[in-house]
Design a protein around this ligand. Structure first.
Ligand SMILES: Cc1cc2nc3c(=O)[nH]c(=O)nc-3n(C[C@H](O)[C@H](O)[C@H](O)COP(=O)(O)OP(=O)(O)OC[C@H]3O[C@@H](n4cnc5c(N)ncnc54)[C@H](O)[C@@H]3O)c2cc1C
Length: 320
């Protein structure tokens, strides 16, 4: 969001052996640590961070035993991983094209888009455990993935430093039916190429039409999670005329729909623009402080709560 003050220290690590030293430095000076990736899902506070930011700068993608299982160093830019897979005709992550992320951050909130989540292909991560000062391997089961969640942003938040991730992909392609907007794009443009590269091209176009380019406009992507309901609450919502979708993660109400219904679509609040194409996305147009963002956020969440009785939960992480 390009808001917030400076950090006291930043350490960039280029080899696994340097990770314990970075944490050791923080311990020595009694400072908190925060692991930063590309910064696409992170908010800084106005007063800055009196601690140590640690960044994974290890890059590279390698095939394991000449198979379609690949190991990616955590500092690699995520879209390079998707491009690598698509060039080799490997399916599993093509719908995750153009998500601004480093590979090490991708499992943290179980990145997902257009019907794929990274958990679908995730095998394991090599990590440094700052609680025990040891290197560990975290399996898919260890990470307990669900919608935009894993232990890395819940029960074990700030504990592990992801060094590398391993994904199991497959030669082949996604099969229909596709996610609604992909399906519509295919029909509208009479497309027949569903290869990983074909789907990557479609997703790239869909995202370019809808989402702000993070290098041009400051945003954190979706600012709020969608609302998940129990079956009983979903029935009540449907009775009230609220559209509820039943998907693989349960009963979902689109937070973009709720925000739009409250009249915020396209509105400018304290320098923060609610995107007119994707109302879940807040763009920093002229806000100068985290405080401006906090005011905009509370206007949106307050009105949605008053009207529908749902508290919108923020997606981006705060450095603190
Ligand atoms: C325009 C835009 C579109 C987006 N679209 C999507 C989308 O379609 N789907 C989606 O899921 N997300 C989306 N996002 C959100 C964002 O891209 C993802 O959350 C992404 O994984 C963030 O990666 P990052 O490297 O920027 O992480 P950061 O924002 O730097 O960090 C995010 C979290 O990961 C932790 N972390 C980072 N690196 C490591 C590491 N090596 N070890 C342990 N913890 C680490 C941080 O401490 C923090 O808690 C979008 C964001 C933007 C700006």
């Amino acid at each position: 969001m390009r808001l917030g003050g400076a950090a006291r220290y930043v350490i960039e690590v280029e080899r696994p052996e340097e990770v314990p030293d970075a944490y050791g430095f923080a311990t020595q000076y009694h400072l908190p640590t925060f692991v930063l990736g590309y910064g696409a899902n992170t908010l800084g506070h106005d007063e800055g961070f009196e601690g140590v930011i640690i960044i994974n700068r290890m890059r590279g993608i390698t095939e394991i035993n000449q198979s379609s299982t690949i190991k990616i160093m955590g500092g690699e830019y995520w879209d390079n991983v998707v491009a690598y897979a698509c060039e080799r005709g490997l399916t599993g992550i093509e719908a995750l094209s153009k998500i601004p992320s480093l590979a090490g951050s991708a499992p943290v909130q179980n990145i997902g888009a257009y019907g794929q989540d990274i958990s679908d292909t995730f095998v394991e991560a090599e990590a440094y455990d700052s609680a025990t000062n040891t290197f560990v391997t975290l399996s898919k089961a260890d990470l307990q993935f669900s919608y935009r969640r894993s232990i890395l942003n819940t029960t074990a938040k700030n504990r592990y430093f992801i060094i590398s991730i391993t994904l199991e992909l497959h030669p082949g392609s996604m099969s229909p039916p596709f996610y609604n907007s992909i399906e519509k794009f295919i029909n509208d443009h009479d497309l027949t190429d569903f290869s990983p590269q074909g789907i990557r091209d479609i997703v790239s176009q869909l995202r370019a039409d809808k989402l702000p380019d993070p290098l041009e406009k400051a945003s954190a992507g979706s600012f709020f999670h969608n609302v998940y309901l129990t079956e009983e609450a979903a029935e009540i919502a449907a009775d009230k005329g609220i559209p509820v979708r039943h998907g693989k993660d349960g009963y979902k109400v689109s937070s973009a729909w709720l925000i739009e219904q409250c009249g915020f679509k396209g509105k400018l609040l304290h320098g923060i623009r609610v995107s007119d194409k994707a109302p879940l996305v807040l763009i920093n147009e002229s806000a100068t402080s985290y405080n401006d963002l906090a005011k905009a956020r509370s206007e949106i969440t307050g009105k949605v709560y008053d009207r529908f009785g749902y508290w919108l939960e923020q997606e981006p992480v705060e450095i603190q």
